[in-house]
Design a protein around this ligand. Sequence first.
Ligand code: 6PG
Length: 241
Amino acid sequence: MSFLWHAYPSARAAGEACAEHVAGLLHRAVLERDWATLAVSGGATARLLFEPLARVALPWPRLHLFWVDERAVPPSDPQSNSLLAEETLVAPARIPRGNVHRIHGELAPEAAAQRYEEDIRNFFGLTSGELPRFDVIHCGLGADGHIASLFPGSPLLADRTGIVGVACAARLGQKRVTLLPAVLRNAAHVIFLVTGPDKAEAVRAAIEEAENPDRYPAHLLRGRQVRWFLDEAAARLLRAP
Ligand code: 6PG
């Protein structure tokens, strides 16, 4: 089933349930092939996943951590998605350095995108035209409906072959490096963690509006293995499942 969602009493409870679910998916992937991949998003909500996930006894030496997107800032910048994950997941879980595939936000965006794509191609051993298949991709949702750094109306939303691209968060005038739609759509599992009343309308549109990925980028994942972990505030406008 593609869209499954559950609303939890609090943002913290949603994050903990999300972490438990992600851990179960990763455990199963490691049992099948001895290693697994997780790509994470950034933003304020991500911490609610990272902190409980870091407490799970996962076989981190067999898990490789990638990013869904990164701001064009150095890893020391408070806006860095790498910094957030380093502090709340990588360090506490003691993920081996060689398993951490960050996006080098300190480089020029095009160079960072090229370097990240090369890392992904090398890790997955991709041939030309082949796409990586992440075991789990974690996404948040912007109040404007963006996922990753794929913003409503972006020409990147129509890309069905690329792996990594450069986006612009127009509202912030900020360049981003982001996984492209085909990679999100090729994931074994996509997990959304979305909390807070300011996201209720974006969540309603993502889950209940007629398919229109150019306006609602989450619709790119219609028909895929997707599960939404919400708090009651973010789920407020949804019809009962
Ligand atoms: C980013 C994220 C982005 C995020 C949403 C939600 O770099 O900002 O990857 O896609 O998940 O914007 O962000 P909040 O959790 O801060 O609302």
